[in-house]
Design a protein around this ligand. Sequence first.
Ligand code: SAM
Ligand code: SF4
Length: 362
Amino acid sequence: MPVLSGLYLPELWIWKVSEQMKDVFGRTIDYLRISITDRCNLRCRYCMPENLSLVSMREILTYEEIEQICRAAAELGIQKIKITGGEPLVRRDCPQLIGKLKRIPGITQVTLTTNGILLEKALPELIAQGLDAVNISLDTLDSNQYEKMTGKRELQTVWKSLRRAADSSLRVKINVVLQKGWNEKEWLQLAEISRRYPVDVRFIELMPIGAGKEAEGISQEELLQNLHAQFPQIRKDTRIHGNGPAVYYRIPGFQGSIGLISAIHGKFCQSCNRLRLTSQGKLKPCLCFAESVDLRKILRGEEESRAAGMKPREEIETDGQKEIRENLRQAILIAVRQKPPGHEFGIREQVTERLPMVQIGG
Ligand code: SAM
Ligand code: SF4
């Protein structure tokens, strides 16, 4: 292998790409969260506003477009991808997309966040396509409460998926959002899932995004006090559990860990490593603010109307493709440079993002 100034060339390449993905605050951005749909088979009250009108499928990125963006992102240094939504498993062939993204050179990890309703059936294909881990969202263990919070009587379906996933080769995490007056008293039963199953249970602070503005969350401080009171032997878990900002704790006798994601009270922005791509192709530097870079425009040409009569992919000449790839790379670097030092969820007037979470991708 050729050596240059003591570095092997692949090492030099990795150093170069991670340097360009450093933002102005010195954070290296190597993680892309992609919403592949704004459709969902649930209506979680803090995520999906009532009367939300869906955009037409033409406005949603195609799988080919998502793949093109991921190839450009991987060339710059993105290594990890999360597929989310809306509910990603309602979009046809989601596992095949995961397989394609997993095969992109430079992508080391593809994970999925789902409400679990369609997961049991999709699991074999997701595993065959190389999915690395799955997060299942579950806010209550009470069927009636589940129906009130999500609009569907599907708790048993999610529970079956969860057990099947826990038995599989996948790493599994449960996402819980606690809300005052709804499920805050269930924190203990939900935490106990990680005693019975080898899964991490992560409590995420409610964020004032979309319908989340109308609800009231529980602070992680309060939750941690409750955990300490219930489990005096609880200890910080220093092992790395994923790509995110969760702080993990171990409780003796539990198979999994408890994660706390203090989105509001424990600002973790100094270690933020992510960009978010909405289902309509907007690349967001930060969840809190409306700023974004429009990648769909680059992919489809300046006039959006061309989308209707867009040239089939094979007809776009190679030079055109090269130009698109280069423009995508430049646009991704702009989003990296635009990353703010941190969110301002604590000051409601400064939260400029107006889209609901279901349209951004949580
Ligand atoms: N449908 C999938 C699911 O429910 O996991 C993926 C999309 S959902 C938007 C992703 C995650 O965002 C879920 O765990 C959900 O609980 C969380 N979420 C939605 N709105 C939120 C809010 N306002 N604050 C905090 N988390 C939120
Ligand atoms: Fe759908 Fe997930 Fe939002 Fe619930 S949290 S409405 S399952 S996108």
